[in-house]
Design a protein around this ligand. Sequence first.
Ligand code: FES
Ligand code: FE2
Length: 379
Amino acid sequence: MPAAAYTDEGWFRRERELLMRPLWQFVAPGMLLNKHHAFVRRKVCGVDVVVQNFNGELRAFDNLCLHRQNPIQQQPQGVRPLVCGYHGWGYASEGDVNNIPFHDEAYRFPAQERDCLRLRRFAVARIGSLVFVNLSEKPMPIEAQFSPAALDMLRAASEQFDDEVLIARLETRFNWKLAYENLRDSLHPRYVHPRTLYQQVKFKAHMDEAAIADARTYHAQGSLDEEAHLARLRSFSGGGLNEPLVKMPHFSWHENVERFGTDDWYLNWLLFPNLHIASGSGGYSFIIEHHQPISAGRTDLLVYYVTARKKRRYPTSAAVLMAHLEGAEGVLREDIDIMEQVQSGLQLDAPRANLGDFEFANMAIERWYMDVMDGRHAL
Ligand code: FES
Ligand SMILES: [Fe+2]
């Protein structure tokens, strides 16, 4: 792809409109939203969005108070009614204003005007324990974005997540696409993670000749029609078993959780465009990585650490998550360093990348992405 796809702010804004906004965007794992008044606040495609639980129903709105545009929820997550802290306006499940303190004395909106006060609402979908929003006025069905197999697999894995979660936020200086090109590149771990991840998992290039031939043809010709274009999109999300673990780690806390599956493998799920879930422990614990594009050259990485669901409470569970974070952060840092290096080398007139056969997945995604950006296929 041209270097501008990674560096140019005008490109970034177009990408946000043409690609990101029409797609379903991950907001948070569901355990953060499981009780009445629980909320998460996230920037989605540049929009301040709040997802709030009203008696078990999840609703997503603009997080901007209709009075004087104060953000209604101030924290990234928590449990608190949807009430603005500036002058106390309260909001109900339809986004309607259900309380304006001192209305009759001080504001005196005509009834008609007051009835029209309603937050802009966005579509919400929950797949197992993963919550997504869509900012379009006419959202595509989530089934158009993810295949039935991907949806089933996500449900099965995420329903196994425990309720206790540790969240870390890393500010990085690379374009979000570099992270996913890197995640689909199975040759880098031996060079970038020789003393960490590569010790546990011997990643290798999978030369699926049929898939390679298909990606080459697709890269040259593109999709015939809109239906084929959407089918391609669905093919970008999936995962599961990745590689066997060299040595399955055993910890005493494993006894306290219900493991996901029985395979002593590195598990890895990629959800287009910007969500990655992995288990480096054969299903005893998970890491959820959400890359939030901030600008062409900046990406916030929100990382959630969870174990598989507890069978019983145990006193060291917080320490387990902390150790999980410390172990994973070393690997994440190695990737971040590489991607920041690549980003810093990308000048506007940089020569194009040269992808080999093993990078067939990136090849196909590049074609699909450029078709969207060049307006050959809309979403
Ligand atoms: S700005 Fe929200 S109540 Fe005034
Ligand atoms: Fe990596």
